[in-house]
Write a protein of this length. Sequence first.
Length: 480
Amino acid sequence: MLEPRVPAFERGRTRRQPLVLTYRAVMESLRAHSDARNDHLMTASHTPLRSGHRLHSAWVVLAATFVVLLAAAGVRSTPSVLIVPLEQEFHWSRATISLAVSISILLYGLMGPFAGALMQRLGVRRTSLIAMSMLAIGVALATRVTRPWQLVLLWGVFVGTGTGMAAIVLGATIVNRWFVTRRGLALGILTASTATGQLVFLPLLASIVERHGWRPAVLLVAGAAALTVPVIALFMRERPDDLGILPFGGTTNDVAVGESTQNPAIIALVALRDGARSRDFWLLFATFFICGASTNGLVGTHLIPAAHDHGIPEVRAAGLLALMGVFDLVGTTGSGWLSDRWSSRWLLAWYYTLRGLSLMFLPVALSGAETGLWVFAVWYGLDWIATVPPTVKLATDAFGVARAPIMFGWIAAGHQLGAALTAYAAGWIRMTAGDYRLAFLGSGALCLLAAALALAIGRSGRAVRRQPAAIADPSTAALT
């Protein structure tokens, strides 16, 4: 078949057209590839790292925070192995020593909301550096005490203030800033630092006290606090957007709240004023008050002296607390997982009921066979601090993500108020009645009351939520 003839003036154009079209197609393809690559790079710089590629920075910050809270927990658990040695060396009454411990616990709680506000003002890293430096210095100086007022000043006031700045409020702040999903699990891990602190420190401290005296044990704790300072400086970061990433599980719709320039005291007091208008705040405060009265104020402070009264050596009693720490690590982490899936109100009700029954069993375990104490350690340990993840979740639901750390700080102040009153009251009961039986039974009854109160949380329909701007500018809120 013959091809049609093409005029001469068209022949050159016909040959050039495929070359021109090919050149244009190649250039457009390269340009499109370049634009797609730039878009990918821009998107990657603002997208959280997935577990299939690299570890998200949120878990690195969580690990650093765990180390800080673990060391602070070691400081807080130390008085339980010091009561008997101080009593024997200085002939101070147990009530006198308990007074210093109760002041420390009280300040630990009262500092919570102000620490949360300070973290908004100075940042998490600087606040944590100040706190752990205070603990290292205060604990080391406590080895020089010779008078009760010195113990009250150093361990009660100075150390109490430092531990309050490195409390679970720090954990709540980190979790709310760095996590959108898995918040319950992350908070459960951080809360379990208390149990891990006991597991790591108490048996070792009790052994050192028995062999070398109480001062080397205290210096060991001071050294542990000092070692956290470089960890904070190297690995703790303020917010995900400082690294150009989103929180773990977050999207671009999750807007971060900036640091406040206002006075931390004003921020904390305005939050308290707003919280006082909420029924849920007082229910959470009351249940957490009882939580403190049944944990670190009672068992955490007085179990070793109570065991000593029944002829159980301090090292073995410290081993009981360490065993509780093992099961609390499991229970608290599991509680965080459950709080992501189950009703936090019902979880709290179950936790307080089981804890109350275990405390009512404790006098029987102390005066009976040794098996009873191991049963108590497992039973009580599983929900020792398991109440924290559901309590934080309920506070976040009631007051919003931005304000939750400060509001939880006030709720935690109730926890430490209950712990402080019980720490002193249990020492007084021991001094007047001769044993701790009434203290354990009374605390168990309070836990059953807390279980009933927990079921009423979140039913009022009144929650005090503020926009993030209200947190950043509390002076405006103070005028409303």
